[in-house]
Ligand binder design. Structure first.
Ligand SMILES: *[C@@H]1O[C@H](CO)[C@@H](O)[C@H](O)[C@H]1NC(C)=O
Ligand SMILES: *[C@@H]1O[C@H](CO)[C@@H](O)[C@H](O)[C@H]1NC(C)=O
Length: 374
């Protein structure tokens, strides 16, 4: 005799299947998906194992004005689970978020900002031995014409961020740039950032001198000494490119957008600012966000740039992050996809249809059974 019989059995069975599908889609699914990712093989250099770095971009935590509560709840839950699962399974040493952390940092009031920050800190909580480094994007402080000292200050205080900085870990140099300030019009924030970048370029040049002459030693006296390694440039805007037409891969911009010409200082940095950054730093790799889609570009035939797609399901069906194994002379990257939104919705739809059919058949046979019994 079956344990669950009749109407009660049907209700319990449906409740159980709904709960288990829900738990699978909202919690468990991140584990098998992220387990398929792996750190690319790194090079141990001078006895130091390579640095494990996770890059993601454009989380766009919704704000009070444009965010619908359900959209907010769902996207933030997804990002929190994806991030926490990735941390637990992959244990990166550093995580970089390449700007547009918040959707409405550019105009949020003191109160709304505080609220957004609290949610961010909860979602992206991390153990003490993982560093979380955040870069500024146009949604955090506004496009150049909206950016002001107040908005930049509150961002910098929160993330201990400076608009131009070199971060060195295990012999690897990361140049962090506030790309919104690379407008090139001499605005006071822009000028300060460019001055600082120039100083950093000199610091780096001095550190890269193998056996400096007397004159160079004099010039470099008192400068900050950095590891002698070509840097990795990180910023929110991509360096100048005409469009995304030549990008390839499954998560590039959709075909109708790929051929649209990029606007300088809006979609990408200006040509001038891009040249300046390349000339100052000769980066061996550039990573940026902002476009929400993937692309690989080679600037001037020697400077590779990777566009990191958005980490939010609000911006794409197939968000991802990038794993980098980086040492002073080598790097290897691997893209890691998160579960696709369409898969999750598909599972929910299939479950609802199956359940509806089963219940219909079940109630039909119950009714038929009742008619037969005296
Ligand atoms: C903030 O950054 C500076 C360097 O830019 C570093 O020396 C300091 O320890 C950092 N503070 C915290 C609280 O992380
Ligand atoms: C540092 O060296 C590079 C390459 O030689 C050069 O293009 C750049 O202008 C130098 N930076 C500064 C601040 O002089």
């Amino acid at each position: 005799m079956p344990i669950l019989e009749g109407r009660r059995g049907a209700v319990i069975l449906s409740a159980l299947s709904i709960i288990s599908v829900f738990v699978f889609c909202e919690y468990i699914i991140y584990y098998p998906t992220i387990l398929q990712c792996h750190w690319p093989r790194g090079h141990e250099e001078d006895g130091v194992p390579a640095l494990r770095v996770l890059f993601l971009a454009d989380t766009h935590l919704l704000g009070a004005i444009r965010g619908h509560w359900f959209d907010k709840l769902r996207r933030e839950w997804q990002m929190e689970r994806a991030f926490q699962t990735a941390l637990w399974l992959l244990q990166p040493e550093i995580v970089f978020i390449l700007g547009d952390i918040f959707d409405e940092g550019k105009w949020s009031s003191r109160q709304d900002w505080k609220h957004d920050v609290q949610r961010f800190l909860r979602m992206f909580r991390h153990p003490g031995d993982t560093e979380l480094i955040v870069l500024v994007g146009n949604h955090d402080v506004g496009f150049h014409y909206e950016m002001n000292r107040y908005k930049l200050d509150r961002f910098e205080r929160l993330f201990n961020y400076t608009s131009a900085k070199i971060l060195s870990r295990k012999g690897v140099n990361f140049v962090l740039v506030n790309s919104v300030a690379m407008q090139g019009d001499g605005c006071s924030i822009c000028q300060a950032v460019e001055d600082q970048l120039l100083r950093l370029s000199q610091d780096l040049n001095c550190s890269l001198q193998g056996l400096p002459s007397y004159a160079v030693r004099e010039q470099c006296r008192g400068r900050r000494s950095l590891p002698p390694s070509a840097p990795i440039l990180l910023q929110h805007y991509p360096l100048y490119r005409v469009s995304d037409a030549s990008c390839s891969g499954k998560d590039v911009a959709p075909p109708e957008e790929r051929h649209l010409l990029f606007k300088e200082r809006y979609d990408v940095l200006s040509r001038e600012a891009s040249k300046k950054l390349l000339r100052w730093f000769h980066p061996r790799l550039i990573l940026s966000g902002h476009t929400h889609s993937a692309c690989e570009v080679l600037h001037e035939q020697k400077y590779p740039e990777i566009s990191v797609p958005s980490f939010s399901w609000r911006n794409r069906n197939d968000p991802s992050f990038i794993l980098g194994t980086i040492s002073p002379r080598h790097f290897a990257l691997h893209k890691c996809f998160l579960p696709e939104e369409s898969t999750v919705i598909g599972v929910y739809c299939a479950t609802s249809i199956t359940l509806a059919l089963v219940l219909a058949v079940h109630s039909h046979s119950l009714r038929a059974g009742k008619l037969k019994s005296p």
